[in-house]
Design a protein around this ligand. Structure first.
Ligand code: C5P
Length: 404
């Protein structure tokens, strides 16, 4: 990772994790970056400007009202004469100031004045990280385009409490900074992808429907990961409560039939990843009015019809994408059922996972999958759904880089 010539404005705010910022400065400079440090008043309670200045080989900026510093560079130039503003550690207090546009000290004034990418490495007690005001501020900062690395899970330095709040390690922060500073490879540039995600809702009457427990987390993560590699992604999403992923065109649908027509109208494409937990059946004639209980009478039977199989339709379509990938959510005989689906649906790959309630996969943040293709089976370890998406996008890029 070569950061030669990159100029990083490092804001150190006041937390015990500030001790790691000294190592962070060394790691950044080892890679050729120049580091100009800004310290909050509280940061100077944890580490000294002398140490920060020595390691960065730079003047350390601490005071918004310093006559020399303001004459020399000034807080506006500090905010602009850099390629990245990195805040490590970012305290709950500084994040709150940023979210509200406060600017009553040098770090907050610089953050308000900058037009450069901003990367935060938060560090705080887990209870502070989970507190409602921090959650609200975080949402605001994300919506403002601020990037984050961490915090990580682990034991807190001061209290020994475990939870999420530990600052990312210096090398993790360097990697996140590099991802923002260096041009990223876009191996899927110029490729079109269709992804389905979430459940479908099949109406029984105007107020009731048949549904399943799919959250859409895995499908949405895959759509976002493909987009990050440069693909032009259409995400066809059933009803979910999670937000639309960034950089993706989203079509929202309710039923399997609507999902099928949205997918077909997004063809042709190079890649199709059908992650949605499509309802197998729909109610033949959903009632126009709410079905009422009738005293003394048994409940009305529901007559069901099979829904169209979207994956199978796409897998056998004249405009079949070059790479068709399906999922197989199973509760037993995961491999056998996955292999069977590969042929039956005309897919190139089936991602099989065990969704038995004990696994916590359905609706959870983790997934453990097996990749079944004509070449055999590859088993991936237990990973965050985002990490599964990242790996799958890399696999897709690899497959498409080879001759058909
Ligand atoms: O047959 P089963 O539902 O287990 O197959 C799962 C795979 O098929 C998933 O990729 C799912 O998105 C897709 N599927 C579909 N349309 C259906 C049923 C499943 O696209 N009606």
């Amino acid at each position: 990772m070569d950061l030669q010539g990159k100029r990083i404005l490092l804001i150190i705010s006041g937390g015990i994790a500030a001790y790691k910022s000294l190592d962070l400065i060394r790691r950044l400079r080892e890679r050729g970056a120049t580091v100009r440090p800004v310290m909050s008043r509280a940061a100077q309670e944890f580490i000294t400007p002398l140490a920060v200045g020595a390691l960065s080989a730079s003047h350390v900026y601490t005071d918004l009202f310093s006559r020399e510093d303001e004459q020399d560079v000034g807080h506006i130039r500090l905010a602009r004469d850099c390629d990245l503003v990195l805040v490590a550690p970012a305290t709950a207090d500084l994040m709150a100031k940023m979210a509200h546009g406060l600017a009553d000290d040098l770090p907050s004034a610089v953050l308000l004045a900058t037009d450069r990418p901003v990367l935060l490495a938060p560090a705080m007690n887990p209870v502070m990280w989970n507190a409602a005001p921090t959650r609200r501020n975080l949402d605001t900062l994300k919506a403002d385009g601020v990037c984050l690395i961490g915090p990580m899970r682990g034991e807190m330095a001061e209290s020994g409490e475990a939870g999420t709040g530990r600052m990312a390690e210096p090398l993790e922060i360097v990697a996140a900074a590099a991802a923002l500073l260096l041009p990223q490879e876009k191996p899927l540039a110029g490729k079109r992808a269709i992804v389905t995600s979430g459940p479908t809702h099949e109406p029984i009457d105007p107020v009731r429907y048949i549904a399943n427990r799919s959250s859409g987390k895995q499908g949405h993560a895959i759509a976002a990961a493909l987009a990050r590699l440069g693909a032009d992604v259409t995400l066809v999403s059933g009803p979910v409560t999670i937000p639309d992923p960034a950089g993706v065109a989203v079509t929202h649908v309710e039923t399997a039939e609507d999902m099928l027509s949205a997918v077909l109208s997004a063809l042709p494409a190079d890649i199709a990843v059908m992650v949605a937990a499509v309802a197998d059946w729909r109610v033949v004639a959903s009632a126009g009015q709410k079905i009422k209980k009738k005293p003394g009478e048994p409940p009305a039977p529901l007559l069901l019809a099979e829904n169209p199989d979207i994956l199978k339709t796409v897998g056998h379509h004249p405009d079949r994408p070059r790479l068709v990938i399906g999922f197989a959510a199973e509760t037993q005989e995961v491999e056998t059922n996955g292999r069977r689906k590969l042929d039956a649906k005309g897919a190139d790959m089936i991602i099989a996972n065990d969704v038995s309630p004990a696994t916590g996969i359905m609706g959870g943040d983790h997934n453990r999958v097996k990749i079944i293709s004509s070449g055999g089976i590859e088993e991936w370890p237990d990973l965050a759904k985002d990490a599964v998406a990242e790996r799958l996008a890399a696999l897709v890029a690899d497959r498409l880089s080879k001759p058909a």
